[in-house]
Design a protein around this ligand. Structure first.
Ligand code: GDP
Ligand code: MG
Length: 218
């Protein structure tokens, strides 16, 4: 009997990847720049979005991902910014967002007049990196308090992102940590990574982030 060997060389897109690709294209067609923020809990994602909202006003929309609570969405809504909270808790407590859930959220919201869509992914450096949510830019936020070694320990989040924000730089004087070593470790994992250093608290470096957004949302 003849046995034919069939080699599958191409990754067959699973449903998540297919929906992610559709989202990426449809939001680009609508002229909306879509950013997925990933990080450990507490690295400053919501604070960065809050400060960004103060610069861009009602032109941004924020989809918040959390296992429980609407606390982050409440922080964003307080600034008059439109927001949508996804909670995974009632559905098994997944530690990441999937493209289908973002798509369902987008189907419910009016994106008229929106230039930038943020997804604040669920806080951890592992699972969110495994699921493409269709963003134009994946951004990993790493606060200086987390240590120099995190890019090496959680490489997927850094490999699957195009931008790394090193946050809370105002705390550097109080820490025994080298920002050059953090950057070296980021580049070792992802040589192409763009890096922005900022403090959302003092505003240092924040203009680089605002410039980055202005440049990319065109
Ligand atoms: N010192 C300092 N604290 C910050 C900065 N950004 C955020 N924080 C604080 O870090 C904590 C967690 O921030 P949050 O934005 O909720 O983090 P998230 O869990 O990643 O969304 C809060 O107490 C913030 O006030 C910063 O640039 N400098
Ligand atoms: Mg948050």
């Amino acid at each position: 009997m003849d046995i034919k060997e069939i080699k599958v060389m191409k990754k067959i897109l699973n449903i998540n990847d297919r929906i992610a690709e559709e989202l990426r294209i449809s939001l680009k067609d609508k002229g909306i720049f879509y950013i997925n923020l990933m990080s450990s809990p507490g690295s400053g994602k919501t604070t960065i979005i809050e400060e960004t909202a103060k610069k861009f006003g009602k032109k941004i929309f924020v989809i918040e991902g959390d296992i429980q609570t609407t606390l982050d969405a409440e922080r964003i809504a307080k600034l008059g910014i439109r927001t949508y909270q996804i909670n995974t808790g009632p559905f098994g407590g997944d530690c990441h967002l999937e493209s289908g859930w973002v798509k369902s959220a987008i189907e419910e919201i009016d994106l008229e007049g929106i230039d930038i869509l943020f997804v604040e992914n669920i806080g951890n450096l592992v699972c969110p990196a495994e699921f493409d949510v269709g963003a134009h830019i994946n951004t990993v936020v790493l606060s200086v308090t987390e240590g120099e070694d995190k890019p090496l320990k959680y490489p997927l989040a850094f490999r699957n992102s195009q931008l790394c924000i090193i946050s809370k730089t105002d705390l550097l004087p109080y820490l025994d940590i080298s920002i050059d070593k953090i950057k070296e470790n980021i580049k070792n994992v992802n040589p192409q990574m763009e890096v922005i250093e900022l403090s959302a608290k003092t505003g240092d470096g924040f203009e680089d982030w605002v410039e980055y957004l202005k440049k990319n949302k065109k």
